[in-house]
Design a protein around this ligand. Sequence first.
Ligand code: PMP
Length: 352
Amino acid sequence: MSRYWSPQVHQLSPYIPGEQPRIPNLIKLNTNESPYGPSPRVMEAIQAANNETLRLYPDPQATALKAALAQYAGLSAEEVFVGNGSDEVLALAFQAFFQGRTEPLLFPEITYSFYPVYCQLYQVAYKMLPLRTDFTLPLTDYQQPNGGIIFPNPNAPTGIAVSLAEISRLLEHNQDSVVIVDEAYVDFGTESAASLIQRFPNLLVTQTFSKSWALAGLRVGFALGHPDLIEALNRVKDSFNSYPLDRLALVGAQAALEDLPYYQALNQKIIASREQLSQDLTALGFEVLPSKANFVFARHPHHSAADLADQLRQNAILVRHFKHPKIDQFLRITLGNEEQNQKLIKTLAHLV
Ligand code: PMP
């Protein structure tokens, strides 16, 4: 508390990301990073940087990366925006589309916990809509007056996805405000809504290099949408940070996009391990929600999730537990590599 702070800062409750502790031999399954490294081309591109490239500012327009992303998404470069992780892209989108509206921004009650934080930070009115009792997302509830809509697909931390047909129906009924589909986990088996961008100029799709591209440390995210929406994001960005990405991030992300076969194989491997881990957890008595992400959300009928998370931690395995009363019986477990997943199952077998 300080008399120098603006009143708004006093009211902020900052977002606390999953911890990144330094415990030897830790199996870290708490923040949905990839258990595998990125394409070797990424390090090659980063190592090719030299004093001369680092001496100079990066390209403020990120032209080469945007062109590569446009080709990847089957869109034009005017339909692409890049930022330091999708968190930054979302922050700019909240300012560009939701700030100053009288109607509330709608998002699920159980979802990515950054959304209410951004609402506080940018003073956006919001309304959280409950999930169904089976934790699926009832998109038809979102057909009500609003100043915008945002939801992840698949949702976090449940991992449950909605279909493209449901998103399309929502967009047909909601053409007066911006709808953001946060596709942080889309590459693990969900169809992207990017194919709807030509039909709906109010649709913004965000994605990240932090999960399926195995580059969380590089901080690269992007948005796809009608040039009109991208222009608004550029206006906010240019008023705030005219160099969206540093030179290493730019070349690293671009190199990743040049090795799609590597990533297709990686995603298949992660999807297969999700099915295996879900089966193994079910065999131990867990109820596992049907995940389309690189994590599973599971609860045990006879064991407290908080206790299990503590006990796993004592065994150097870190998973995520949320205190929200509607989901505090669940553990969110990021998929590790095969050995890590087996170690997790072995450890849990002693605990339940
Ligand atoms: N959206 C969702 C739903 C997420 O879970 C995350 C990762 N925590 C992000 C966005 C942000 O990811 P990043 O900033 O690393 O791109």
